[in-house]
Ligand binder design. Structure first.
Ligand code: FAD
Ligand code: SF4
Length: 516
């Protein structure tokens, strides 16, 4: 007689996909394991909202599985098991429950992927790994699309994804709806108080018990939290409601004000869906389907340009980031193309700087564990790159502070897109700007201590001199780049005394970033 297997299935904190085929039927011989672990809270220093958000979502997911009749073992951060490493915990669980087979879903992070592969090598029982059934592309799709050292252009990948998914495509399956692939040129306006930013109905969660346990366990977190009014979705239902709210109220203006920044509005028309997506409480297919339905039923209120702008983020940038991560790791994590070595000034952890744009973006991040893409790219990231901050420091900051930060998506954005530490795998040129761009896209400069029009001298905006200093000190790398050549023409034409004063001012700033 065949003996029934007793199966242990591991669920990581970002594998909360209720639609996974694992859960299609209950089986008393299958045990699911979910654990809040010190190895996850301590591998970098996280924002308190990130840790609380993950634990709240994990606990709700475990309850839901139990409610459906699945057997779940879960461990809280205060438990003795929380201190074990993942292999130690797995081994203990396998022994205590007489497990005869181990199964896990493929982790999205290299660190955990390696840890589990190594663990399985030492196992004496059968094991298998399974797809998370979340993404629209495979780990190695991007690498296969660009074999060798060919530059993996996001736009090429995105068009392939449009054809593959049939999203916003004509019936021939080859022509993009509306005749264009990309409506960027119609987007990217500054926001000056109108149209009104919708007040979305957000979830209100009480995470005080979790916060108390995180503190009791001695986990070292930073940032602010309102434990009784936690507004990030922690269940699938809450995530779907947020998606609905976004589609009904914000999608109509998403692309248009995607790059805008304003001191009064932290979220503007952005979706705040990254946490729900990255924990897999909702899928990219669901997000795209809802957005398309809203567009089609809107009687023209939501334009094709806005819809395409949003869908590009989901089936383009998000999948592309994952493709970069899996195609270029583990080497990617070590890249420092520009040889930057500086440490982050301490005000990155407080927001106490006289630079209004930086102060606002950082304080908002500490308050909400959130900043939108352009704040991350063209304010904090821009400053780090201009100031020559080591990409490890940049990675650690972004990985810790944002609720949506998981390495597979954080690192390609930070080390690649934002810091150009990959030498141009993700971006064809560095994303740097002077105060001009920040002033155009925000209301930050108007009330700043610094003067956005000055390059040097009293109260001159640091972004201006650091910008020219950056191009000057990396002339050998960028001068021949056709997308940047014009900046060198401008730099070359700058009167020599103006140039000398600008560079000297920047060098003085770089000597002590703490005082900015
Ligand atoms: P929206 O603006 O509403 O966009 C919708 C969705 O599109 C997002 O939820 C996200 O899932 C996806 N998306 C948009 N842009 C990107 C992108 N560049 N890469 C991948 N997905 C994208 N995103 C993360 O999810 N985790 C991170 O750790 C992260 N770190 C970043 C670090 C830097 C330096 C930069 C420049 C960007 C980073 N991003 C990261 C991308 C982007 O900033 C966030 O996804 C976005 O701000 C999340 O807010 P939202 O949900 O309101 O997004
Ligand atoms: Fe930022 Fe400079 Fe504008 Fe101040 S003047 S907000 S430092 S860009």
């Amino acid at each position: 007689m065949k003996v029934k297997q007793k199966v242990l299935r591991l669920l990581l904190g970002d594998q909360l996909n209720a639609g996974h085929s694992w859960f299609s039927k209950t089986d008393s011989n299958v045990i699911y394991l979910m654990a809040e672990m010190r190895q996850e809270t301590d591998y970098t220093r996280h924002h308190i909202q990130k840790v609380a958000g993950f634990f709240a979502a994990m606990r709700a997911f475990a309850e839901e599985l139990k409610h459906q009749g699945h057997t779940v073992i879960s461990h809280r951060i205060t438990s003795a098991q929380a201190k074990l490493t993942l292999p130690e915990l797995l081994l203990q669980t396998i022994r205590e429950n007489n497990i005869t087979r181990f199964e896990y879903q493929l982790p999205d992070e290299w660190r955990l992927d390696t840890q589990l592969k190594d663990f399985c090598k030492s196992l004496s029982i059968p094991f298998s790994s399974h797809d998370t059934e979340h993404f629209l592309s495979d780990r190695d799709d991007l690498r296969n699309l660009f074999p060798g050292n060919r530059k993996p252009l996001m736009e090429t990948f995105y068009r392939k994804m449009r054809v593959k998914t049939g999203v916003l495509m004509m019936s021939d399956g080859k022509t993009p709806e509306g005749g264009k692939w990309n409506y960027d040129a119609e987007n990217r306006k500054a926001w000056k108080g109108k149209p009104a930013v919708p007040v979305l109905q957000l979830p209100v969660n009480n995470v005080s018990e979790i916060v108390a346990e995180i503190k009791k366990a001695g986990v070292d977190c930073f940032g602010e939290i309102d434990p009784v009014g936690f507004q990030w979705p922690v269940t699938r239902q809450q995530s779907l409601r947020l998606l609905g709210e976004f589609c009904d109220h914000s999608l109509a203006y998403f692309g248009m004000y995607q790059d805008a920044m304003h001191t009064d509005e932290s979220f503007l028309f952005h979706s705040r869906l990254s946490f729900a997506l990255n924990t897999k409480m909702i899928s990219p297919t669901e997000v795209v389907t809802h957005a398309l339905r809203a567009y089609e039923n809107s009687n023209g209120v939501i334009s094709l340009a806005q819809t395409e702008g949003f869908i590009r983020q989901i089936i383009g940038w998000r999948e592309y980031a994952r493709g970069i991560y899996w195609g270029w790791m583990p080497e990617f994590a070590q890249l420092n193309f520009l040889g930057h070595q500086r440490k982050l000034p301490s005000w990155f952890w407080t927001g106490e700087t006289k630079m209004n744009c930086m102060s606002h973006a950082i304080k908002q991040s500490l308050q909400h564990a959130y900043a939108h893409h352009i704040q991350r790219l063209m304010v904090t990231g821009n400053f780090m790159l201009l100031a020559g901050i080591h990409p490890d420091e940049a990675d650690a900051w972004y990985l810790g502070i944002y609720i949506d930060a998981i390495e597979w998506v954080e690192m390609p954005n930070t080390r690649g897109m934002s810091q150009f530490a990959d030498g141009g795998i993700v971006g064809t040129k560095p994303y740097v700007s002077s105060a001009n761009y920040i002033n155009k896209m925000s209301n930050y400069c108007g009330t700043c201590f610094y003067d956005h029009q000055k390059r040097h001298g009293e109260k001159a905006c640091p972004f201006n001199s650091l910008y020219w200093n950056f191009y000057d000190r990396h002339r050998d790398v960028f001068e021949k780049n056709p997308r940047i050549g014009m900046m060198y023409q401008l730099l070359n034409k700058m009167p020599s005394s103006e140039k000398a004063d600008t560079i000297e001012y920047a060098e003085k700033l770089l000597e002590d970033l703490e005082v900015l």
